[in-house]
Design a protein around this ligand. Structure first.
Ligand code: SAH
Length: 217
């Protein structure tokens, strides 16, 4: 939906703060400009939507900080022909950003409530190349196929082999790796013909990735 009238000042500050913090990829900045973050936060958080902070969403989870969303997206080096897998749909905000820069996005969430709400938001915004599924990022079935890019948006102690196996040749995976109760390191893994290259990027703080589907809704 195109905005009506000039953008609110807080939205201009939003773009400015992303640039100041070093996001320079124009396609990423444009996607961050076009996706309305206020649609993805809880109604009572709407006034905070354009601040560069993580915010609480349903099921005790969080929508990530905009800078971290932009940074991870930039590090993925997405191309319009890429097939992307996201683990941890949450609000659906990161998926909406990915969808603008790739061919298709499959995003998995262990809470049904979050998956249903994210799906409804993404449909309303006509993000037709995103599929939201209830699923466990620790047990992605092989029949999901291979992905050019994988992004994990919940903290994992290690990147599971089963997830790495879903990455295509020349594929890139980004995940916050580390303990659940402290900061994690954002790790970028590239799969080449001969090796698995691993690079540590920056310190981040994510909610934990937990195995299995959530028992509560
Ligand atoms: N990307 C989200 C933020 C994610 S918060 C956004 O843009 O809003 C992390 C999410 O990962 C939570 O919703 C949590 O329920 C989910 N999650 C945790 N462990 C998971 C797992 N094993 N499989 C799928 N989703 C998981």
């Amino acid at each position: 939906m195109p905005p009506i009238g000039p953008p609110p000042p807080e939205k201009m500050m939003f773009q400015l703060s992303l640039r100041r913090r070093g996001i320079s990829d124009q396609t990423v900045l444009r996607a961050m400009d076009e996706v309305p973050r206020d649609v993805f936060v809880e109604p009572e958080q709407r006034a905070e939507a354009w601040r560069d902070t993580a915010l609480p969403i349903a099921c005790g989870q969080t929508i990530s900080q905009p800078f971290v969303v932009a940074y991870m997206t930039e590090q993925l080096q997405l191309r319009p022909d890429h097939r992307v897998l996201e683990i941890g749909t949450g609000s659906g905000y990161q998926a909406a950003i990915l969808a603008r820069l790739s061919r298709s996005v499959l995003t998995l969430e262990r809470f049904k409530t979050l998956a249903d709400r994210a799906r409804a938001r993404l449909e309303a915004l006509h993000c037709d190349n995103v599929e939201v599924r209830i699923g466990d990022g620790f047990a992605v079935p092989a029949d999901a196929g291979l992905f050019d890019r994988i992004i994990v948006t919940a903290a994992m102690q290690d990147v599971p082999e089963a997830l790495l196996a879903r990455l295509d040749l020349d594929g890139v995976l980004i995940a916050p790796v580390g303990p659940h109760d402290a900061t994690q390191t954002l790790v970028r893994i590239r799969k080449t013909k001969t090796a698995i290259e691993r690079k540590e990027l920056v310190a981040v703080r994510f909610v934990p990735a937990l195995p299995g589907l959530a028992r509560e809704l």
